[in-house]
Design a protein around this ligand. Structure first.
Ligand code: PNS
Length: 162
């Protein structure tokens, strides 16, 4: 078991400043953080898996001790494959907690993996990938909510659609 690492999983469609904030704070708590990009075809992501991974890698390029990988299927199986016993999740609002609590309990029942919750910095507590996509789709300015490369990519993606 790699007692040194924690996995921060998500769809990252796309990565936002809220995700980045959690990653930076997780790195301060764990010797290594693995950002695991879920393939998640069930959610029909806007961005391809390769695009999502590329944007996450670009966003964390300046951070030491952060690795980016990907998984399909159950998160607990991926954690077991990587020999990691701790998951990190971010909580923004009370409704996040209800869903995350259920997932944390299910995941722990399946393999014993622990979940550590980090509360969102208030500045980002309203932020979600879905809202960022909606604002970008209709031509709104998302530059203060996402890394610059994400803003550029989203603009390109929705060009002509608004
Ligand atoms: O960024 P998201 O979409 O909120 O991330 C959700 C994610 C990918 C962490 C969650 O859907 C997940 O763990 N998916 C993998 C499938 C799985 O293990 N499902 C059972 C959860 S109890």
């Amino acid at each position: 078991m790699d007692g040194q690492a924690a996995i921060y999983p998500g769809t990252f469609d796309p990565i936002t400043n809220g995700h980045l904030d959690i990653i930076e704070r997780a790195v301060a708590c764990f010797p290594r953080v693995i950002v695991a990009v879920s393939q998640n075809p069930g959610k029909a992501p806007l961005l391809s898996l390769e695009e999502r991974i590329g944007l996450v890698k670009e966003a964390v390029a300046g951070l030491d001790r952060v690795e980016v990988d990907t998984f399909e299927g159950l998160l607990v199986d991926h954690a077991a494959r990587r020999g990691v016993g701790v998951l990190v999740k971010g909580l923004r609002v009370a409704s996040d907690f209800e869903y995350e609590l259920q997932m944390a309990q299910m995941n722990r029942s399946l393999t014993g993996v622990e979940t550590v919750f980090m509360v969102a910095t208030p500045q980002w507590s309203f932020l979600s990938s879905s809202l960022v996509k909606e604002v970008a789709r209709f031509g709104g300015d998302i530059t203060s909510f996402v890394p610059s490369e994400v803003a550029r990519r989203m603009k390109e993606k929705f060009r002509g659609e608004a």
